[in-house]
Design a binder for this molecule. Structure first.
Ligand SMILES: [Zn+2]
Length: 249
């Protein structure tokens, strides 16, 4: 018998849980499985499957915790399109895993599900490693009234800090000009859409200068967004270690 069962409080809580489920039916956005925020299978595939590695066109490494062809797409869509903030923890764990594999590849493998490893040495010259998400598009901010990319970066940094890593999330980038949604564009069009589109937020040039920086995103498709973010950060004096994401498409 679990704690609380067989008591008035336990019965009350069980009853309330039933009420909440009726009012707010929940299902796994990865597979549609009912009555669970993220099912064990989707959680396992996003957090514990083989990580994906590639090199972006600017020569920097990019690591993802999962493939976009699995449940990651549904989980990210749940957060960004349907406001499923209850999946944020799983996505942040996946992003933290990718960051750990990028920064500390030797230690990063086997312990991801229990939390990222404790890094003994940072790759750069001291000070926290900065996790920088690409800027949210204006359309997305207006439509969603939220910046899920920044929340995801912040939660991933929290996880890494709890594991002992000196990591902070800094939403250092903003859009310099309007860009169209990358979805549906080919690779060349994506690069043209984004080249020169990012800038540092006012006052944050001094924060990123001289720092080790990881560009973090939910999904890396062509890599154009990550490359543009990296170029802007490098121009501000940051050392861009690479890109980490929940998924690679
Ligand atoms: Zn599922």
């Amino acid at each position: 018998m679990g704690r609380g069962e067989g008591t008035v409080g336990g019965s009350l809580l069980a009853g309330l849980d039933g009420v909440v489920r009726v009012l707010l039916p929940v299902s796994c956005p990865g597979c549609g499985c009912p009555d669970v925020v993220v099912c064990p299978s989707c959680r396992h595939r996003v957090l514990s499957g083989p990580a994906l590695h590639r090199i972006l066109v600017d020569g920097t490494p990019a690591v993802a915790s999962a493939s976009w062809r699995g449940p990651a797409a549904g989980l990210v869509g749940g957060l960004k399109e349907r406001g499923r903030t209850d999946v944020l923890d799983v996505l942040a764990a996946a992003l933290a895993r990718a960051v750990a594999l990028l920064l500390w590849p030797a230690e990063g493998g086997p312990r991801h599900d229990a939390g990222p490893p404790v890094p003994p040495v940072l790759p750069g010259a001291g000070g926290p490693v900065l996790l920088v998400p690409p800027p949210a598009t204006w359309r997305a901010v207006v439509r969603r009234r939220d910046r899920p990319g920044e929340r995801l970066a912040g939660h991933a940094a929290d996880r890494l800090r709890r594991a002992g890593a000196d990591v902070v999330a800094v939403p250092a980038l903003a859009l310099r000009r309007r860009v169209v949604d990358q979805a549906g564009l080919g690779r060349v069009a994506r690069e043209q859409n984004l080249t020169g589109a990012h800038r540092l937020r006012p006052g944050l040039g001094g924060v990123v200068a001289g720092r080790d920086v990881v560009v973090v995103d939910d999904v890396v498709t062509s890599g154009a967004t990550a490359v543009e973010a990296g170029a802007t950060l490098r121009a501000a004096g940051a050392r861009v270690v690479g890109t980490a994401s929940v998924a690679h498409a």
